[in-house]
Design a protein around this ligand. Structure first.
Ligand SMILES: [Mg+2]
Length: 182
C-alpha cells in the first residue's frame, strides 16, 4: 500500500523562511519497491516567495551558480505562485493520511509547514506523520546500501524519486524478510 509520500524542495536558503523554488513529491510503499513516479512537481516564482516575506540566502544562491546547467533549469521553468503550488500539493496528497518523508528533519518539511502557515492553510499531513529519511540513512548498516541515482541531481522530483529508491533499499536491507525474534 502506498501510504508514504517523499517530498523534496529546492530552495534559496536553509532556514524555515527560505525561498522555495520547487517542490517534488512521490507516493510510495516502504516495504516493497512500489513507487508512483508520476508524482507532483511545481516550479515556483521567486517573487511570490518574496511577497510572503520569504528570504534568499547569499551562500545558497552562490551554491546554485556552481550546479549543473540541467539543475539550473529550475530558474527558467514556467512558474506558479507559492500559494497555488501549496494548494496543488494539498490537492495531490488528498485526504489520505500519508506519512510524509524528507531527507532530514530540519529542512523540507518544516520549510513547507512554515510556508503553509504563511498562507493560513493547514499542512496536508497529521502533526505526527512527518518522517526523517536521514535517520534511516544513519541506522547501523544503512551506509552499505547503495543505489544507482537516476535523472537530474537537484531536480526536486528526481531527488524525491532517488530518495525513495534509497529508502526502500535501506528498508529491504535492514528489515526485509528478516524474522524479528523476541
Ligand atoms: Mg533536492
Amino acid at each position: 500500500m502506498m501510504k508514504h509520500v517523499m517530498v523534496d524542495l529546492e530552495t534559496l536558503g536553509t532556514t524555515a523562511s527560505a525561498v522555495i523554488m520547487s517542490v517534488g513529491a512521490v507516493k510510495f510503499d516502504l516495504t516493497t519497491n512500489e513507487i508512483d513516479e508520476t508524482g507532483f512537481y511545481a516550479s515556483i516564482s521567486i517573487d511570490s516567495n518574496l511577497d510572503l516575506g520569504r528570504r534568499i540566502q547569499e551562500d545558497t544562491l552562490m551554491w546554485w551558480f556552481k550546479q549543473d546547467a540541467a539543475a539550473q533549469k529550475v530558474f527558467n521553468e514556467p512558474k506558479v505562485s507559492l500559494e497555488s503550488a501549496l494548494v496543488d500539493l494539498s490537492d495531490w496528497i488528498g485526504t489520505t493520511d500519508y506519512l510524509v518523508w524528507s531527507n532530514g528533519a530540519d529542512f523540507d518539511i518544516p520549510m513547507l509547514a512554515h510556508a503553509y502557515s504563511q498562507i493560513m492553510v493547514e499542512v496536508p499531513w497529521k502533526p505526527y506523520s512527518a518522517r526523517c529519511m536521514r535517520t534511516y540513512k544513519n541506522l547501523p548498516g544503512a551506509d552499505r546500501v547503495r543505489i544507482e541515482k537516476a535523472g537530474i541531481s537537484h531536480n526536486a522530483l528526481a531527488d524525491a524519486i532517488n530518495q525513495v529508491r534509497q529508502l526502500q533499499a535501506i528498508h529491504a536491507a535492514l528489515f526485509g524478510k528478516k524474522k524479528v525474534t523476541a
